[in-house]
Design a protein around this ligand. Structure first.
Ligand code: SF4
Length: 230
């Protein structure tokens, strides 16, 4: 299988992405929560809201949650399920997500409050988060890399997964863990958060699911899938 590795290193690709793409925190719900509120539960809540929807919708839902319920675990735990559901309606799957938010809020309180999310060893915290129904590996990894700056983590969303496959870093059938490991290995330690954001920007701007804009793409000369499309 041809791979982008045959023509460029992860560091070279990252440099190109940095030069050609714009990452604005206002376009990413996790970054909005991080910049506007900054408490760890708020960031986890924002990532849960972003599941299976656009950042635009999840940002609307996050702002409504923030103003009508609050984004501390205590606020969400004591709110009625129906009220949380109503607040986050713009994010879709609102019943499911409201349940996950309330369950996570109760768990965080049980674990010792938001401080726990900031001081637990990242590997242990990841396992704890994954034990909560409605919290998947992407949610845990975005949190660990954004808030905890944890090493050895690379969060994979649909854009990152599609691009890793098109770059030949993994096969078409690869699952979350394999893609995460491959991207971490390609880009190297210490840049996961930035690379994750840039892959989303690349996926939104050029490497779209349908009709990717290979001709204008900043990595078309090193991407093994571009050759077939040019
Ligand atoms: S060249 Fe095409 S397939 Fe490759 S990363 Fe760019 S848009 Fe995606």
């Amino acid at each position: 299988m041809a791979s982008i590795r045959d023509k460029a290193t992860g560091a070279e690709v990252l440099e190109r992405l940095k030069k050609s793409l714009r990452v604005d925190w206002r376009d990413y719900v996790a970054l909005v929560a991080y910049e506007v509120d900054g408490n760890p539960f708020a960031v986890l809540a924002a990532i849960i809201l972003s599941q299976n929807t656009s950042d635009k919708n999840s940002i609307r839902a996050y702002m409504r949650l923030r103003s009508s319920i609050g984004v501390r675990p205590e606020d969400v735990a004591k709110a009625r399920l129906e009220d949380v559901e109503e607040a986050i309606r713009p994010a879709g799957l609102s019943r499911q997500k409201a349940r996950a938010l309330k369950l996570l809020a109760s768990k965080v309180i049980e674990w010792g409050g938001e401080e726990y999310l900031l001081r637990e060893e990242p590997g242990v915290l990841r396992r704890k988060l994954l034990s909560v129904q409605g919290v998947g590996p992407k949610t845990a990894d975005v949190f660990l890399s954004l808030v905890r700056k944890a090493p050895g983590v690379f969060a994979v969303d649909t854009h990152a997964a599609r691009i890793a496959k098109r770059w030949g870093l993994v096969g078409d059938k690869a699952g979350y863990d394999e893609i995460s490991r491959a991207l971490l290995e390609f880009f190297g330690e210490g840049v996961s958060e930035e690379a994750h954001r840039l892959l989303i920007a690349l996926g939104r701007t050029y490497c779209r699911a349908r009709n990717p804009l290979c001709r204008e793409c900043p990595v078309s000369d090193v991407c093994p899938s571009a050759q077939q499309r040019l």
